[in-house]
Write a protein that binds this ligand. Sequence first.
Ligand SMILES: N[C@@H](CCC[C@H](N)C(=O)O)C(=O)O
Length: 274
Amino acid sequence: MRFAKWHGAGNDFLLFLPEDGPELEKNLPRWAPRLCHRQMGIGADGVLLLVPEGQATVRLLYFNRDGSRAAFCANGSRCAAAFAFRRLGLAAMVLHTDFAPIPAEVGQNRVTLQLPAPQPVVGWLELPVGQKTLRGFFLQVGVPHLVVPVSWQDFWSCPLEEAPALRAHPLLGPEGANVHFAQVVGRELALRSFERGVEAETLACGSGAVAAACVALAEGWLSPPVAVRTASGRVLEVEPLARDPWGPLRLSGPAEPVAEGEVAPELLETEEQS
Ligand SMILES: N[C@@H](CCC[C@H](N)C(=O)O)C(=O)O
């Protein structure tokens, strides 16, 4: 089975077209944990299946590393658009995600997505975690995000101790949320992300970057466009289409190819890996 690996600001993905392998749509929830395993697989944060539907329309299915399906992955969608440009010759397309139809444009070294307004925007919550109470802003950008403002001296190296408890906090409902620690550094928003379905820190989260940028704009921490520096060092740019920080937005950033190859059939045939 043929695969391609790309990363969007360090958030890495395995990409497939239906012709790459048999019954991918049915099998990917089971195969994703094996393919994405960092030591016993190829290694990735998630898997995408691109199903070309019309002239410039691609249905996009996203699976987290643990095999759970998520409605949207912004960095994955940017990588999918760049991959569709390379394999299908599409420079502009609409990606039909489980969240919404997302127009995407592939430029030189950058992919831009046009996103609908975040919804619902729940707002600030006080979340008890152990002996502490943490404040976080809860909203959806296709998938749920909790944005926690911090002021850490060692922002990039500080362990994300509270992240697992926040990610599954009862106040966030049964699905929990992706958790992002955000700090204004100079004119940028520095962001560290702990993702659902990966259950660990990832080097970037595109929809999380959008969520954090909206909070930064609404709270007056920064003005548009917002440069979001991710843990990979790569920067994502978030720009509202109008003045309203809660309206439709544009997200742009790099999407970089890593490898193409064949998945060893044994990887998919072996017993379940943990
Ligand atoms: N990395 C993503 C978000 C992927 C989905 C997320 N892990 C979830 O299950 O909610 C992005 O770039 O948006």
